[in-house]
Ligand binder design. Structure first.
Ligand code: B12
Ligand code: SF4
Length: 530
């Protein structure tokens, strides 16, 4: 049996980093962990190939080769999924689909031959059994949550690691909290189900033995969902493992704000090699936090909490939402003020949306305030709800936030202020890994690319040079970070300029095609020379 696993293309979004990737000659940020995990659950004797359409073209020959095409996708990839399904139909290849796009909305995909939904640990074996018996059904679902201790190591051999910025590991699923707008607890439950310590170490070892050096992202919805086990077992074992191999990886994770309250946990994470954490801040307004049941964020000084995490040497990325029923007209100014004050460089601000499966979806359905399904991208000026303040007011305020926080002046100021105070606590000896260059040789060219594109061609070049010289004279050891954040800023500006253009035709458009196509041609030239 020939199984072709395909991950469809995603559009330009906040996290796609499509405008940043050419600087480091990478094709995508993370590989599709869901599909790699599914691949590891397929029978060993099957032939398997994986095409991530974000890093490679899907050729007709691939479809011709396949007996079955396995598709995984998020809602944001819907357009590419539709095209892929049509191509499969043209070639007469059978389709098996699963993952976050299909699980809550399987009725939208009648053309798919087999919808294998929820967590594959439960539904895939049932499908494979029926397939073997020649009676595979259309739909496989489950209401129970599997034990992660049986989840196999993803089949990393199927991808070309060089094309990605960071690889990923999943340690847990589920979250103990109950934020109203979030569907995670419906999908994965309230109890943080975890892998065993030896599973985590085995996964790290596999990446290490395949030669990977660099970023590893823990994709758990809330990495600190079970603090006790993390502190007692997992992190101490990881510290040991990292030390013995001279710190080959740097880690990132998603965590709730109560991380700030646990110095022991923070310190262990730093010693393990974590340097980035994404935290759902949502809003500085206590009434809105209580409205959306994000009680872990309410009644605390959120700026201080963020600073406490930053002071440990963890760079905080933040998620923010506008459009709550309790949002007063000044909420947009307050969000801007908060983001500047907390020095959160990567601030993903979205309009409130109600994904199917969230409690907000149910409430607004009852109140007659649901419009349609979510687009899957909460930063594209769309919402599927009728906001209390009205869509026009919300969209205007939202536009104001993103055009201000990503304006060159405020953005570069935020980066400088962050770097001014950033003091990594762990003065670990830096180990040079030759293997790092094997995967990330292209990073050596990034500074030159930024000098040409951000220092000469970009409208914000003055801010770029100011930051560079400031960093050179004040925090020279943080110069690589200054360059990295300049690239991020360029991406965020481009994404929001293009969204602003789509969101409101009268708003001045970004230089569509201008600098980004220039970036492409420059990249081609540089790569040719090298
Ligand atoms: C890591 C992550 C990311 C990463 C990496 C994405 C990637 N390439 O994998 C980044 C940060 C880039 C990201 C970005 C976004 N993400 Co995201 N992300 C996640 C997260 C936290 C973990 C995904 C993961 O790796 N899980 C581990 C694997 C093992 O699980 P899995 O993929 O679900 O696969 C299991 C099952 O679903 C099933 N399965 C999956 N595929 C298939 C296929 C077949 C054939 C079968 C049989 C089974 C099957 O089997 C697997 C094992 O059980 C999830 C939340 C979550 N808990 O899953 C959100 C999630 C997938 N992301 C989400 C969203 C909305 C986004 C963004 C649109 C946010 C934004 N506004 O920009 C962007 C868009 C991406 C882009 N590039 O444009 C939503 C998707 C909602 C939806 N219904 O589509 C989720 C579910 C979070 C949420 N509830 O809001 N994301
Ligand atoms: S938003 Fe984050 S903290 Fe809240 S329920 Fe979802 S995963 Fe948990």
């Amino acid at each position: 049996m020939n199984a072709l696993l395909v991950y469809p293309d995603y559009p330009e979004t906040f996290w796609s980093f499509k405008y940043a990737l050419p600087f480091i000659s990478k094709r995508a940020v993370n590989p599709p962990l869901g599909l790699l995990t599914v691949a590891a659950m397929l029978p060993g004797e099957w032939e398997k190939r994986l095409v991530d359409m974000n890093v490679a073209h899907l050729k007709d020959q691939d479809l011709q080769w396949a007996d079955y095409v396995f598709i995984s996708a998020m809602a944001v990839q819907k357009k590419s999924v539709r095209e892929l399904i049509s191509r499969c139909k043209e070639w007469g290849v059978k389709i098996v689909a699963g993952g976050p796009l299909f699980t809550p909305a399987c009725e939208d995909f009648p053309e798919v031959d087999h919808l294998v939904l929820n967590e594959a640990e439960i539904t895939l074996p049932a499908f494979l059994r029926d397939l073997g018996d020649g009676k595979a059904k259309k739909l496989y679902t489950s209401n129970s949550f599997p034990d992660l201790e049986k989840t196999p190591i993803p089949l990393w051999e199927l991808i070309d690691m060089k094309r990605y910025v960071s690889l990923n590991i999943q340690y847990s699923r589920g979250c103990p909290f109950s934020c109203e707008f979030c569907d995670i607890t419906t999908l994965y439950g309230h109890r943080a189900r975890t892998k065993s310590v030896s599973q985590v170490l085995d996964e790290l070892e596999r990446l290490y033995s395949l030669g990977w050096r660099g970023g590893v992202f823990f994709v758990d919805d809330n990495f600190i969902g079970n603090k006790k086990k993390l502190k007692a077992d997992v992190l101490p074992a990881m510290i040991d493992w990292m030390k013995k191999r001279k710190y080959p990886f740097n880690f990132a994770a998603e965590a709730s704000i109560d991380l700030a309250d646990d110095e022991e946990l923070l310190s262990l994470m730093i010693r393990t090699g974590f340097d980035n954490v994404f935290v759902g801040i949502e809003t500085p307004d206590d009434r809105a936090l209580k409205e959306c049941k994000k009680f872990q964020n309410a009644n605390r000084d959120l700026v201080t909490s963020v600073q406490r995490i930053q002071n440990f040497g963890l760079n905080v990325r933040g998620g923010f939402i506008v459009g709550f029923d309790n949002d007063a007209p000044d909420i947009f100014e307050r969000q801007i003020e908060f983001i500047q004050k907390s020095k959160i460089i990567t601030a993903m601000v979205g309009m409130l949306n109600a994904p199917r499966g969230s409690r907000l979806y149910e409430r607004l359905f009852k109140e007659g305030r649901l419009l349609k399904e979510v687009t899957g991208d909460n930063t594209d000026f769309s919402t599927n709800i009728i906001p209390k303040m009205g869509y026009e007011k919300l969209a205007d305020g939202y536009r104001k936030i993103v055009s201000r926080i990503y304006s060159p002046r405020l953005y570069y100021e935020r980066v400088r202020e962050f770097l001014r105070e950033y003091r990594p606590r762990e003065k670990r000896k830096w180990h040079f890994h030759l293997g790092y260059l094997r995967w990330h040789f292209s990073y050596l060219l990034a500074p030159f690319k930024t000098m040409v594109l951000l220092g000469m061609k970009d409208k914000a070049r003055l801010y770029y040079w100011k930051l560079l010289f400031w960093s050179l004279f004040n925090r020279p050891q943080l110069l690589p970070l200054a360059l990295t954040y300049s690239i991020y800023g360029f991406h965020f500006r481009k994404v929001f300029e293009n969204h602003l253009y789509v969101g409101n035709r009268s708003y001045p458009p970004g230089e569509k095609g201008g600098i980004s196509s220039c970036l492409d041609s420059l990249e081609r030239d540089i790569n040719r020379v090298w």
